[in-house]
Structure formats: C-alpha cells, structure tokens
Design a protein around this ligand. Structure first.
Ligand code: PLP
Length: 380
C-alpha cells in the first residue's frame, strides 16, 4: 500500500461530539428493531397498537430520565424544533429575554428578544437578569441554555429560575448539550420547558423532545404542522419511531454512563494544559463547564485554517460556530464574553462518549504542529 493510501485508511479521530455524538449501541439496536415495525402509531389495528406501545414506552423512558411527566413530553425532530415550539407558545403576550450566548436555534426564534449579558467567564450575569426582569410591563419569557455548545460553560439555571419565579416570568431552557452529560431533572432546573435533542446524546438524528413543566402543560402549542393531530394536537405528522426509540435507548445509556464524566474532564484538562503551553487560550475555563468540551483559541491563527489542517490530519473538530453552509462564522459567544480578539481564532474540541486517551495524544501531536506552524501530518 502506498503511504497516501495507508494514510487515507488510518482511522479518523472524532472530537466533535457537540455537533453529534456517535450512535450508542443500544440506540442502534432499538432503532433497527423499530424499523421493522410496519405499523403507524396512529392506527387502531394490532400493528398500529404495537408501534404506539413503542412510542409511549420511549416517552416514559425519556421523561423518566429527566424527572418529567410523560404527558408533558412532546416529540419533535430535534433541538431546533423543540426550542421554536416552546418559545412560540410560552412567549405569547410576554416580553422576550434571552442569554447572549444562546444557540441560533433560540436566536432565530426570538429575533426581537432583549439580550441578557454574560460575565467574562461566559456565565449569565444574574444581576443583569434581575434588572431586566424588574422592568415594569408585561411578564417575561426568559430563554437560557443550560450548557453552551461552543465553550461547555454552564449557566446558573437554578438561580435564574428563582429570579424568574420571583418576577412572574417563565423560563425555557435549552438543555440540548447538557442532557446525558450531567444529572439533572426538570425540578432541579426549575424550568417551565426544556428542549432536548436525540443525536446530541448518542441517538439517531431526527428526533428530539420538548419537556413541559406542570405550570405550562396545558399551554396551547402552535406547531408548524398540525396534520393528523399527533402528539395530542401539539405536533402534527407521523413521528419517526426508529429515531425516537433510539433516542430513548440513548438517554438511558447516557444516564448510566454519567460516571465516566470525571474521566472525560481529566482528558479535557490534559488537552488544555498542553495546549496552553503551546500558546493557546482555553476560553471559559474559569467557569463550571461540561466535562467534554474545550474551546481553544490560538491567537493569530484563523479558526478555519486550523479546522482544515486538523481535518487533513484526520481529526474532526469544529469552530463551534459553523453555519449550515459549512463556512466558519464569527463566534457571537466569544464576542459576548469580551473575547472578540480571539473570536476568529478558536476551535471547539468536544470529546465523544467513545473517546480514547491515545486519540487525545494524537490530537495533541497534530495541535502542537499546528501551533508551531509546521505542516500537520495525518495522525498515524
Ligand atoms: N441548541 C443547542 C445548544 C445546540 O447545540 C444545538 C445543536 O447544535 C441545537 C439547539 C439544535 O439541535 P438540533 O440539531 O437537534 O436541531
């Protein structure tokens, strides 16, 4: 085999879990089993009832993982749809407030929202939230992510929820990145609604959920598709049973694997320690964070050039701010943290549940070459 062929066949290193986690084995098995179900969960015959049973079992298992009422769980296509569905319903007649580092799924759903500042470490400025809530007028809907997708920074959701309650505001939490990576329940967060996405915790792409707390369970959702009245009229269209069954299995497996998080944090810390010695700046490192995520800025090196060099070396990372066109956008998250000088030079390394220590070593070798400005070799 020529060197080029050998290089092309060496395994890639996937460090982009915050874009999508690798499929978990239990999720694959559950999705494949559901693919073989011919019935539609809306049909009354035995095949339909069997499909319905699978759907309701998935609903109970997912709700159970997050201490939610299955009746308040609405299946969707993913995090984006869950955010949009929640905001359209809960935002009716309310002032909209959102954190400055929200994902585009939320930013696009509330373009007119007032922006809540974050502190330099990336966490929500609670004084800023309190001032915004104290403005006289209609009550607010606050949209706040649990964990940031670019930096892994965790917002003080419980404290924000207490402030919201004091001011009669509702709280929607985008927990797409924290689900399956941290133990939390709907009650712990104090949220009125929570958005989840199956592929972010090792399920198939194409399924997500909106969890509604008791106070808003009766709210009328305004789905983009009403169709046949599925999900009790809250989201029309035949649900993707294989993706949902896989989502439920992934949730359970991810919850069972939470004990691995300290090991991921140790690998993340090893990356940051070695990268800092090469001149990199770990962004948000002073805040409470997800164990699997680091945002590394290499001053003077464009994010896009870093991504391409690492990609050619067989390593998948992200800028964290990639848009759907595949282009690298400037990071509004780092801008909001006052790190504008670094916003064009950061990459996000997000460790998947499958990661191995030796993969981190190979990443660090490639990163050292990148930082030194020498051509990055494909990882052996
Ligand atoms: N919210 C956050 C914080 C995310 O990171 C993402 C995806 O990156 C989404 C929402 C959108 O989720 P989905 O891809 O399932 O629509």
């Amino acid at each position: 085999m020529t060197d080029r062929l050998a290089a092309a066949s060496s395994p890639r290193i996937y460090l982009d879990a915050n874009a999508s986690e690798p499929l978990r084995p239990a999720a694959r098995d559950a999705a494949i089993a559901a693919l073989d179900q011919p019935g539609n969960p809306a049909s009354v015959h035995a095949d339909g009832r069997r499909a319905r049973l699978l759907l309701e079992d998935a609903r109970e298992r997912i709700a159970g993982c997050f201490g939610a009422d299955p009746a308040g769980l609405v299946f969707t296509s993913g995090g984006t749809e869950s955010d949009a569905l929640a905001i359209a319903a809960l935002g009716q007649g309310r002032r909209l407030l959102m954190g400055a580092t929200e994902h585009d799924a939320v930013r696009a759903a509330v373009p007119e929202a007032a922006v809540l500042p974050v502190l330099p470490d990336g966490t929500l400025d609670l004084d800023g939230l309190e001032s915004a809530l104290a403005v006289p007028g209609e009550p607010a809907l606050v949209c706040l992510m649990h964990a940031n997708n670019e930096t892994g920074v965790l917002h003080p959701v419980e404290a924000a929820a207490a402030l919201c309650r004091r001011h009669g505001a509702l709280l929607h939490v985008d927990a797409v990145q924290s689900a399956g990576r941290l133990a939390w329940s709907l009650a712990d967060l104090g949220a009125d609604s929570v958005a989840l996405s199956g592929h972010k915790l090792g399920g198939p792409k194409g399924a997500g959920a909106l969890l509604l707390g008791r106070a808003v369970e009766g709210f009328r959702l305004q789905p983009a598709t009403r169709g046949g009245g599925q999900e009790r009229g809250r989201r029309g269209g035949t649900p993707s049973l294989p993706a949902i069954a896989g989502f439920a299995a992934a949730c359970v497996e991810a919850q069972q694997g939470l004990s691995r998080q300290p090991a991921l944090a140790a690998l993340r810390d090893r990356i940051e320690c070695r990268a800092a010695a090469l001149g990199a700046v770990p962004c948000g490192a002073g805040a409470p964070r997800l164990a699997n995520t680091t945002c590394l800025a290499l001053p003077g090196r464009r994010s896009e050039a870093q991504l391409i060099a690492l990609d050619l070396a067989g390593i998948s990372v992200s800028s964290g701010a990639a848009c759907s066109s595949g282009k690298v956008a400037r990071s509004h998250v780092l801008d909001a943290m006052g790190l504008s000088a670094l916003a064009g030079s950061a990459i996000r390394v997000s460790l998947p549940w499958t990661v191995q220590g030796e993969e981190i070593e190979r990443f660090l070798e490639a990163y050292a070459a990148l930082a030194a400005g020498v051509p990055v070799e494909r990882a052996a």
